[in-house]
Design a protein around this ligand. Structure first.
Ligand code: ATP
Ligand code: MG
Length: 568
């Protein structure tokens, strides 16, 4: 490509809403342009990067026997009603009607479509397993689209779905997909970690996320200092901590605690570690067609993990609740405790099961109970893991310690089981001629989010640094002074030769100053720039390597061989 003919509108301007470096650089370097909140146009450079990522994904999918298909983007809303997700997915699901008043949605994911695609087509165990995937635009009307390609409303996702006759076979495919995803991310030269994840609105049992490690990541992941354990904070669990604070010895008693409401005040008042206090978190829990106030109880040293709380109550969402609403129920904010079970639904964290020496609210203004033995309610109370792990907690698999790091979720794989095949009545006949629901897995990867993730990990203050596997053009030939016939002739010659060698090459033949063209090359981030300048008089050119920002002098005679060696 000749730069004079290329559509690469680089600019100094930073989009007003851009905070993330990848968003700023991809906009400035002429890769993307915004058309509305969360909607982006891909310019030629971005299109080339996306194709590269897609090719790698396709190659690795082919290797493990997954087959590419393409589903219509516009999806009949009926299918979403059949699965029951039309309500569950909420406002992220964009619905509309056609001229005949039939309702449709823009696919945010395709479990329903894919089940519908195979049902009544795959009818026998003989034709299973099968793994079908597509790479296509998705639409989610995200509440806060932001960070450019990182969280768009319209984005490109690879979504795959596998169908099996047994859980063992699903396990095998899940492992194969994990291995394939790891290969893809390694080929893309991304530093990532596979972590255990929450299964969210899609439903199902086991799920894993692929997290690109970056300070700008929106997800917090908890990782072990010793073993491979890693989990999204929404799903992270911990082992039993060895160092437990000394217990306050006291008989069961009601104690006056005037105006002592917070955990800090309580711990200070009784001079105990917050570990021995019961924290009450009141929330309003939203279900499909109702809502209720739920009290969540934890040790004072812990905090409520909201996703775990949502899972524990099988809710759609949980929101804050006002003191007035609590008082209306007969509760006493600041002094609520778990021993009075009948005013609101209770969920107790598992660390409170049979806990001894506890201090908790007495459900009476200005009073707390001390010396509480919670085994008295272990029969009636509902226990669930609702606490967020903390840095320094013990790993659930070894004696290592957990610490936190930030990650970008670029992939997510699930074991779905029969959730969708049952609700959509998708069955096959087993060896005995008996109808069985498909056992399913689903595998997602954010293609456009990967473009942004690559830049989050590969950039400097001057611009992008594309990896060899993803660069829109591998080599940029920069002719310093296009009026210099000798320089231009060498530029043209190298341009031809590299093209003939199937190297993706750009010839910067613009009538611009050297400094300007160099800045542009850095901003765009070509892995190699051949600089043809004054050195040519001595028979030399320079090679600028974007990854290291180093320049080396190479003789004109050996430049082609040098470049060919570098780009391999
Ligand atoms: P997130 O938690 O970031 O909202 P998700 O868990 O809702 O993502 P999945 O349903 O697991 O997303 O979708 C599979 C993949 O699609 C994600 O791992 C991510 O890489 C990508 N993805 C999801 N939402 C977006 C978005 N709004 N913009 C770009 N990529 C997205
Ligand atoms: Mg996810």
């Amino acid at each position: 490509m000749r730069r004079t003919k290329a559509f690469i509108p680089t600019s100094k301007e930073v989009p007003s809403d851009a905070k993330l470096l990848s968003h700023i650089l991809l906009s400035r370097a002429g890769f993307i342009s915004q058309s509305a909140a969360g909607l982006y146009n891909y310019m030629p450079l971005a299109k080339r990067v996306i194709k590269k990522i897609e090719n790698i994904v396709n190659e690795e999918m082919m290797r493990v026997g997954a087959q590419e298909v393409e589903l219509s983007f516009v999806t009949p809303a009926d299918l979403w009603a059949e699965s029951g997700r039309i309500e569950k997915f909420g406002k992220e699901l964009l619905r509309f009607k056609d001229r005949k008043d039939t309702e449709f949605v823009l696919a945010p994911t395709n479990e329903e479509m894919m089940v519908n695609f195979v049902r009544n087509r795959i009818t026998s165990y003989k034709n299973l397993p099968v793994n079908l995937y597509q790479i296509k635009t998705k639409f989610r009307d995200e509440a806060r689209p932001r960070f450019g390609l990182m969280r768009g409303r319209e984005f490109i996702m690879k979504d795959g779905y596998s169908f099996h006759t047994s859980n063992e076979d699903l396990d095998r495919e899940f492992d194969a997909m994990e291995a394939a995803y790891k290969k893809i991310l390694t080929r893309l030269e991304l530093n990532y970690r596979v972590v255990e994840a929450d299964s969210g609105a899609i439903g199902g049992s086991e799920s894993k996320e692929f997290m690109v490690i970056a300070d700008s990541g929106e997800d917090t992941i908890s990782v072990c200092s010793k073993c491979e354990y890693g989990a999204n904070i929404e799903a992270a669990i911990r082992g039993t901590n060895k160092e437990i604070p000394e217990a306050p010895e006291a008989d069961f008693n009601k104690f006056q605690t005037p105006n002592i409401k917070s955990i800090d005040e309580l711990a200070l008042f009784f001079r105990v570690d917050p570990y021995y206090t019961v924290k009450t978190v009141a929330k309003k829990v939203i279900y499909e067609d109702s809502e209720e106030i739920v009290l969540f109880f934890l040790r004072g040293s812990d905090t409520l993990q909201e996703v775990k709380a949502i899972n524990a109550t099988e809710a759609l969402d949980i929101v804050d609740v006002s003191e007035e609403e609590l008082i209306a129920l007969g509760l006493t904010p600041g002094f609520m405790g778990p021993l009075d079970q009948d005013k609101a639904k209770h969920v107790m964290d598992i660390s409170l099961k049979n806990a001894l020496h506890m201090i908790c609210g007495a459900n009476e203004k200005d009073y707390h109970f001390i010396g509480v033995d919670l085994s008295v309610i272990s029969e009636v109370a509902y226990f669930a893991d609702i606490a967020e792990v903390k840095e320094g907690d013990t790993c659930p698999h070894c004696d290592g310690k957990l610490s936190f790091t930030k990650g970008i979720e670029v992939g997510h794989i699930f074991k779905l089981g029969t959730t969708y095949s049952k609700s959509l009545k998708a069955e096959y006949l087993d060896e005995n001629g008996k109808a069985q629901p498909f056992i399913m897995g689903t595998y997602g990867m954010g293609i456009s989010r990967l473009v942004a993730s690559l830049i989050e990990q590969h950039h400097d203050e001057n611009g992008c640094k594309w990896t060899k596997a993803t660069a829109p053009y591998m080599v940029n030939i920069m002719v310093s002074n296009i009026k210099d016939e000798e320089q231009m002739a060498l530029g043209e010659k190298l341009y031809r030769e590299l093209q003939e060698a199937n190297i993706e090459v750009m010839l910067d033949d613009r009538k611009e100053r050297f400094g300007f063209k160099m800045k542009d090359a850095e901003l765009i981030g070509f892995p190699y720039t051949i600089i043809i300048g004054k050195e040519l008089a001595n028979g030399n050119v320079q090679v600028y390597e974007r990854a290291t920002t180093e320049k080396t002098v190479v003789s004109v005679k050996s430049i082609l061989d040098e470049i060919m060696a570098l780009v391999q």
